[in-house]
Write a protein of this length. Structure first.
Length: 197
């Protein structure tokens, strides 16, 4: 009788082990990095805080990326668009809260005057940093967390720290990140990611 109970217990344990899902294979960071770097269209909605020395501001951030084109809107703490930045490849244009338009070097200077002397926003690289990967056109240093997602990144004189990720469809995208360079810090908190179906 004892032998039968032992045999039954072994069969139950064996069938239980067979029913367990297989262990997940380690995440393939190079493949995920390449997939995110090739992501052409996305939209994020969130908040941004900018600190430049003793100056700073915070407000809403809407960023729509479509290939080489980006439409970025910064709003004030209580709404209303303060700044709209449009990027098309290497060209940049800005519209301020009064409807004045600036293009090229004048637009870059206008943004620099708002965020701090001598500062330039690398918006063509930020499109990659925001989705949690380095820009493919420059050397970078990457550090992965225990979840095999990007925890920190250094590139082009900037340091990125990724504090939290959230699922958006099949992808896990940053929900909170800090971007710093000497004299300037940007903190982005994303409330909504929208990816094409």
């Amino acid at each position: 009788m004892t032998a039968r109970i032992a045999a039954a217990a072994i069969l139950i344990l064996a069938s239980g082990c067979a029913a367990l899902p297989p262990a997940k294979a380690p995440a393939d960071w190079p493949a995920r990095r390449a997939a995110l770097q090739s992501l052409e269209r996305w939209t994020l909605v969130g908040r941004i805080a900018v600190a430049a020395g003793d100056n700073g501001f915070s407000g809403g951030l809407d960023w729509a990326q479509d290939g080489e084109r980006a439409d970025i809107a910064l709003s004030g703490p209580v709404g209303g668009t303060r700044l709209r930045i449009r990027v098309d490849g290497a060209s940049i244009s800005v519209t301020d809260e009064k409807g004045n338009d600036y293009t090229g070097e004048e637009a870059e200077q206008f943004v620099a005057d708002r965020i701090g002397p001598g500062q330039k926003l690398p918006v063509t690289q930020m499109r990659y940093w925001l989705v949690g990967v380095p820009a493919p056109d420059a050397p970078s240093g990457e550090s992965l967390g225990a979840d095999e997602r990007l925890a920190s990144l250094t590139q082009s004189g900037w340091q990125m720290r990724y504090d939290r990720y959230e699922s958006s469809g099949a992808a896990a995208l940053p929900a909170r990140l800090d971007m710093t360079t000497p004299g300037l810090r940007l903190r982005v908190v994303v409330s909504d990611w929208r990816l094409p179906p």
